[in-house]
Design a protein around this ligand. Structure first.
Ligand SMILES: CC(C)(COP(=O)(O)OP(=O)(O)OC[C@H]1O[C@@H](n2cnc3c(N)ncnc32)[C@H](O)[C@@H]1OP(=O)(O)O)[C@@H](O)C(=O)NCCC(=O)NCCS
Length: 272
């Protein structure tokens, strides 16, 4: 087992390793080593996870502005598939938080696909990020291996890195979501003949203070097996999130498979 190290990346060789990870994870290159060099030097963060001396994951973030405040915008994060679920994503986010706080930054923003439950577990549950914006087809139908040509809808995460809420969440993410079992559900679901999860009823006008939304816990597999069903998930959850966001609800928490029953997972929306 190699020793893992999390630290800012500095050399062209390390930035080239990030290019290779992008090609491996998404199948295309979004941020080249040239841009990484200037971002790391003149405002922003390029943070790596290294197994021994090999870069196996990275975060790329630049200075940005949102709601009139200076923030870090974390445009990319990836960990090579074989090194996932070992806490490297979490540790890179912690390193990024420390670096940004040191620059006087109070918030880090990024987008992610709301149907990727691993990302939800990390971004919402583990890190305590919240979501107040939904963007339809954010990057167009870009040729990502993960997206498989589906519309690239995204949640926008607001990670208030200086807040007491986030500090609490970083040390304890194992508590159950109080009252979760009795929350009304915005979608009814069932397993289909192939054993894949599908919606069988949407409730877009619930008025409870908190509402649960189920998503599949295996979206990548579902997309590989049934792209039509994957498109249905995209369009149906778009409808759900947009209609609740319009009525003042926000993503407040996420219940990952190990805290919900039967390997299922749920967002918890709360009225602001
Ligand atoms: C998102 C990504 C960077 C996370 O990296 P990672 O090193 O695996 O992250 P961590 O191990 O710190 O956290 C993963 C969490 O997901 C949980 N998880 C694993 N499989 C899951 C699933 N199917 N559903 C829900 N949660 C799951 C893990 O248990 C872990 O939570 P825990 O720490 O509370 O146990 C990595 O999955 C990746 O590169 N994905 C593809 C690219 C991408 O989506 N990038 C982000 C958007 S730009």
């Amino acid at each position: 087992m190699p020793r893992f190290q999390i630290r800012p990346l500095r050399s062209l060789e390390e930035f080239r390793a990030c290019e290779r990870i992008q090609l491996d994870v998404w199948g295309n290159l979004a941020v080249g080593s040239e841009l990484m060099t200037v971002t790391a030097k003149y405002g922003g963060a390029v943070i790596g996870a290294l197994a021994g001396s090999k870069v196996v994951g990275f975060i790329y973030a630049f200075l940005a502005q949102r709601h009139g405040r200076l923030i870090h915008w974390s445009h990319m994060m990836a960990v090579e598939p074989r090194w996932r679920d070992r806490g490297l994503g979490f540790r890179m986010k912690l390193a990024h938080r420390k670096l940004a706080l040191g620059q006087g930054i109070k918030s880090i923003g990024w987008t992610y696909d709301p149907l990727e439950s691993r990302n939800a577990a990390l971004n919402i549950r583990r890190l305590g990020g919240t979501v107040d914006e939904y963007i339809e087809n954010c990057y167009g139908r870009f040729p990502s291996r993960i997206e498989k040509g589906l519309p690239s809808d995204r949640f926008v995460v607001d990670w208030r890195i200086g807040s007491a809420r986030v500090a609490r969440r970083l040390v304890n993410n194992q508590r159950a979501v109080a009252g979760f079992a009795s929350l009304p559900r915005a979608n009814e679901t069932r397993g289909n003949a192939q054993g894949l999860l599908e919606n069988c009823g949407l409730h877009l006008d619930l008025r409870a203070p908190r509402v649960a939304v189920e998503i599949p816990s295996n979206t990548d597999t579902l997309r590989a097996k049934d792209l039509r069903l994957a498109l249905r998930w995209r369009l149906e959850t778009r409808k759900i999130f947009e209609s609740y966001f319009e009525r003042g609800y926000r993503v407040a928490d996420f219940v990952p498979p190990h805290l919900a029953s039967g390997g299922r997972c749920f967002y918890v929306l709360a009225r602001a």
